[in-house]
Design a protein around this ligand. Structure first.
Ligand SMILES: [Zn+2]
Length: 426
C-alpha cells in the first residue's frame, strides 16, 4: 500500500486493512464546509460462501461521519464499498468495514466519543454539537447503551439504602444503593409498594436472605416491605431523618410560642432571629465570650440567648431538651438512654408529641439507628449527582434516558476504557 494511505490511516487511527485511502478534499455538506477523506473498502470474496470466483458490480458510496479535531469543520469519510456478485452461489455481497456498522453512516469512533462524552456532565445538545451529529443520534447511542446492560439476579449487596428522589415529570422515583460501595443497585420509575416488591421478588429468597441491613427514612411502608423482602435484615432508620423530624417538631413549637408575642418585641426577636442557635448541639454553643446582639440591644453569649428564649415557656424548654437529648444519644450511640427519652412523659409541643408517638411505633428501628454505623448518608452524594444531571439537561422527559445517563456518569472512567471494545464487538 502507498505511504499516503498509511499516513492518513495513522492520523485517523484506522487499522482496517481492507480500507484504502485515495484522496482528501474540502467540500460542502448541507451548505457548510466539510473535510472529506475518500476511501475504498475492498472485497475479494463472496461473503455468503467464501468463493473468490466473483464479478465486481460497482460501488456503494456513503458519507461516514468521523470525529473532528475542530468541530466547526465536520469530517466525513466518503467510502466506496465494493459490491460483488458470486459466480458460484449467485448472491450479492458488499464490503464491510470496522469503520462503521452496516447501514449506518455514523462511524464507531464517533459513537465511542459520544459514549465518552455522556459520562461527563454535559448536555446532549452540546455533545451533539461537539461531535457534529444530531441530538437524536446522541439519544440513540444512549438508548443502545441502556439496552446492553443486563441485570443478574443472583447477587444483592449486604447493606442496602432506600430513598426517593424527584425526576421525570416531577414524579418521585425509588432508589436503592449499596451502603458500602455507594453504587446504585436500582432506580425504579415509581415508589409504589407493588413495583418495589415485584422488583426485589425477582431475586431468589436465598439471595435476599443475605441482606444484613436496610437503611431508610420514616416512610411507613418501606419498613413493612423490607421485613417482608429481606427476612434476615435489620431495618435501620436514617439518623439524619430522625434529627430532621426532631428539629421540625421543635421549630413548630418555637413558632407557636413566637406568635404569642408582638412583632418587634424582645421575646419575638429572641425566638425569630436566633432559630439557628436552638438547633445547634448545646455543647457547641459559645458559653464564655459575649457578643453584642443588636436585635436584643444587649451583650450576651450564645448560651444566654438560648436560655432567655427557652425561659419564655416551659413547654418550649421541654421540647428543646428532648430534641437535644435524643440527638446527643444518637450521636453517642446510647440505646438505653434513647429508649428512656422516647418514653418521656414531659409536657411537649403538639408536633413533638406526634413525633414521639411515631418513634414509639418504630422503636426497634430507631434503636438500630444508634446501634449500627450504617446510614443513608451515602445517598446524599448520589442524590446530589442526579440533581446535577437533571439540571444540566434542563430536566428529562424520558425515564430510561435519565437512568442510563445516571449509570453512565456513575461508571465514568470504566466505560471510557470499555467503550472501544464494546462498539467494535457490537
Ligand atoms: Zn458465493
Amino acid at each position: 500500500m502507498s505511504s499516503y494511505n498509511d499516513c492518513i490511516k495513522f492520523s485517523l487511527n484506522i487499522k482496517d486493512p481492507l480500507l484504502e485511502f485515495l484522496d482528501i478534499s474540502i467540500g460542502k455538506y448541507r451548505n457548510r464546509d466539510a473535510k472529506f477523506y475518500h476511501a475504498v473498502a475492498h472485497l475479494d470474496q463472496c461473503l455468503n460462501c467464501g468463493s473468490t470466483n466473483i464479478v465486481h458490480n460497482g460501488h456503494l458510496y456513503s458519507n461516514v461521519r468521523y470525529p473532528a479535531l475542530d468541530a466547526s469543520l465536520p469530517v466525513f469519510i466518503r467510502v466506496a464499498k465494493q459490491r460483488v456478485i458470486c459466480r458460484d452461489c449467485h448472491m450479492n455481497s458488499m464490503a464491510e468495514t470496522e469503520l462503521v456498522e452496516k447501514y449506518c453512516c455514523i462511524s464507531n469512533a464517533t459513537k465511542r466519543k459520544i459514549i465518552g462524552s455522556l459520562t461527563e456532565d454535559w448536555s446532549m445538545k452540546s455533545i451533539a454539537r461537539q461531535t457534529s451529529t444530531s441530538t437524536n443520534t446522541v439519544q440513540r447511542v444512549l438508548e443502545r447503551y441502556g439496552y446492553s446492560t443486563v441485570e443478574d439476579t443472583d447477587w444483592l449487596p449486604e447493606y442496602l439504602a432506600f430513598d426517593e428522589f424527584r425526576g421525570v415529570g416531577r414524579q418521585l422515583h425509588f432508589i436503592a444503593i449499596d451502603g458500602h460501595t455507594h453504587k446504585i443497585v436500582k432506580v425504579l420509575p415509581t415508589r409504589l409498594k407493588k413495583d418495589i416488591i415485584n422488583y426485589f421478588k425477582r431475586f431468589p429468597l436465598t439471595v435476599r436472605n443475605k441482606v444484613k441491613t436496610v437503611t431508610m427514612d420514616l416512610n411507613y411502608y418501606y419498613d413493612i416491605m423490607a421485613k417482608e423482602l429481606f427476612p434476615n435484615a435489620q431495618v435501620i432508620l436514617d439518623r439524619f431523618h430522625i434529627v430532621q423530624m426532631l428539629n421540625r417538631s421543635f421549630n413548630s413549637c418555637r413558632i407557636q410560642e413566637m406568635k404569642k408575642h408582638k412583632k418587634g418585641a424582645k421575646e419575638y426577636n429572641l425566638l425569630k432571629y436566633y432559630w439557628k442557635l436552638y438547633l445547634k448541639p448545646f455543647e457547641d454553643l459559645e458559653k464564655v465570650k459575649p457578643y453584642h446582639q443588636p436585635r436584643l440591644k444587649d451583650t450576651l453569649t450564645q448560651e444566654q440567648v438560648v436560655a432567655d428564649g427557652l425561659r419564655l415557656s416551659p413547654e418550649l424548654e421541654n421540647t428543646y431538651n428532648l430534641m437535644q437529648d435524643i440527638s446527643k444519644a444518637l450521636r453517642d450511640r446510647d440505646t438505653d438512654k434513647l429508649k428512656d427519652l422516647i418514653k418521656s412523659k414531659d409536657h411537649v409541643g403538639n408536633m413533638m408529641h406526634t413525633t414521639l408517638n411515631t418513634f414509639k411505633r418504630n422503636l426497634h428501628d430507631i434503636l438500630n439507628a444508634a446501634k449500627f454505623d450504617e446510614s443513608n448518608g451515602c445517598l446524599e452524594g448520589t442524590n446530589r449527582k442526579i440533581k446535577q444531571i437533571e439540571r444540566t439537561a434542563y430536566g428529562y422527559a424520558n425515564f430510561t434516558h435519565l437512568i442510563t445517563r445516571i449509570q453512565l456518569e456513575e461508571k465514568g472512567a470504566i466505560i471510557k476504557e470499555k467503550a472501544s471494545s464494546w462498539y467494535i464487538a457490537a
